[in-house]
Design a protein around this ligand. Structure first.
Ligand code: PGA
Length: 255
């Protein structure tokens, strides 16, 4: 049987506390007892606690969009894994391409953050993906392999199993251009094979590899049909409840 679908909404730098609460309430009304997919909401830091309260007694989980690797200290402007736990987070998105592009996040930093999250019991959703010029230069696999190996450096198998990998081709994020399902599948399969080489077949067949980049109600059913695509990290379409709800419903149609 294929793995349980995993759908996360990355709200990026959108929504006031009030707007976030409204959106979370709409998701909750539809999915308060839903167990056919793992549903994760990633609001901005300012709305984490409010959304945590709303989804508290439901299977819907909370994620942050970033964190620092230290537990506490003089790191002005940063948020620690302990603070995220305190706010009710089960997951944290790490290494998103926007963090890599605008905030100089390296594979090494991403690796430190993954280790810190795992140490505190927060599950990392780790993003990898090539830029357009890298794809056009035929370097997709090389880039994804470097990011993946860098992210997993010194991480033991039992910890690695807890990580969700998100393949997000940068050219498909926020552009309306989704990777064709078979184009995405090629990279997902490669990611799973690489996990198999780094660890074991068991881990490679259990680990979740989700797709991100212009996922919409219209394309989720095609993406999820692919053998190695286990769900989606949704940006723009997660900001409207009707679209996000349709994406979740689409992801569980055939499984
Ligand atoms: P998008 O964003 O769905 O708006 O393309 C995806 C992401 O950045 O995670």
């Amino acid at each position: 049987m294929k793995r349980k679908p995993f759908i996360a909404g990355n709200w990026k730098m959108h929504k006031s506390i009030k707007e976030a609460a409204e959106l979370a309430n709409e998701i909750k009304r539809r999915f308060y007892d839903f167990d056919r997919a793992e549903i994760v909401l990633a609001p901005p830091f300012t709305a984490l606690a409010a959304v945590a309260d709303i989804i508290a007694s439901t299977p819907v989980k909370l994620a942050a969009q970033n964190m620092f690797w230290e537990k506490e200290g003089a790191f002005t402007g940063e948020v620690s894994p302990l603070m995220l736990k305190d706010a009710g987070c089960s997951y944290v998105i790490l290494g998103h391409s926007e963090r890599r592009a605008y905030f100089c996040e390296s594979d090494e930093n991403v690796n430190k953050k993954i280790k810190a999250a795992l140490r505190e019991g927060i599950l990392p959703i780790v993003c990898v993906g090539e830029r357009l010029e890298e794809r056009e230069a035929g370097k997709t696999i090389e880039v994804v392999e470097r990011q993946l190996r860098g992210a997993l450096e010194e991480i033991k198998e039992e910890e690695a199993r807890k990580i969700v990998i998100a393949y997000e081709p940068v050219w498909a994020i926020g552009t309306g251009k989704t990777a064709a399902p078979n184009q995405a599948e090629e990279v997902h399969k490669f990611i799973r094979e690489t996990i198999g080489k780094l660890y074991t077949e068991d881990t490679s067949s259990d680990i979740l590899v989700i797709y991100g980049g212009s996922v919409k109600p219209e394309n989720i059913t095609f993406l999820i049909k692919e053998e190695d695509i286990d769900g989606a990290l949704v940006g723009g379409a997660s900001l409207e409840s009707d679209k996000f709800i349709k994406i979740i419903e689409g992801a569980v149609l055939d499984v």
